[in-house]
Design a protein. Sequence first.
Length: 319
Amino acid sequence: MTFDDAIAWLVGLDLGGYAPAIMAGLAIGIGTFSMAKLFVRTKPPVDSMEWRDPPPVLFKIFKPIVRLFANDVRSLMKDGYYQSLHQKLSAAGQNYAILPHEFVTLKLICTVVCAVVSFTVYKIDQDLGPEAFIFLFSVVPVGFFYPDIWLADKVGARRTAVAKEFPFLLDLLVLSMRAGLNYSTSLGQAISSLPNGPVREEFAKLLRETRAGKSRREALLDLAERMNIDSVNQFVAAVNQAEETGGEIVDVLTAQAEQKRTERFNSAEEAANKAPVKMLIPMMAFLFPIIFMLLTFVVMVKLAEIDMLPVSMLRLLAS
């Protein structure tokens, strides 16, 4: 085939009808290639991720998109809000799993995803009424606030676990120091005897920091900042004060252990006293109406037997 024959063959083809499909294919290909190159450029090196804990499931799903926009979101965040969010993540034990600007980026992505899903569902079925429209688009703010709800849930669960495990740590620490061990060795023995949980995790981190050369005071202050719990803050303040004044740490720990044990018993007693009050709500909502209905039916039957029930009520019972 000569060059003129090839040109004639190309001219004979009706490429005009395929032009939109060709342009769409080129646009999709160029867009996919650009996004892939962008992901590769923004992907952090493997060595910089070794210090991080396993992230939550929701973060794993949107991890590439979060990493893509996280730096831009960080430039828009104020330092005060960044620090407060960092403290919340530390209190939840997630400060090594997700950074504050990544958390805010995740909130924005969840909002966009919920908005797209709601709009798509509404467009698929055009017969949906205004109630369905309101319901679908009320999911959008849920997507924005769901990470905050999850974080508050994590903080509450972690504080509950600390309230249960912390008195046992103090008791073990006091027993070890009464047996003649020093503070660091006693802390190691107490940590090894605790079950896996936030107390063991945080105090093991404290022990590693002190063994690495950080002063005990600085390590304790970092512990209080990470956990942000009143009982731990009181413990840190008492130990630091004993070191500054030259007091016996074992006496301070003994007083702290007794105080935490008393607080735990008081909180358990308070929860037991609140239980009957909390049970009134489901009883009034579900049990009492059924009892009243049964009693009313029995009374109406008795009145019908002695002919003291109105005719309309008799017809209602007969039907």
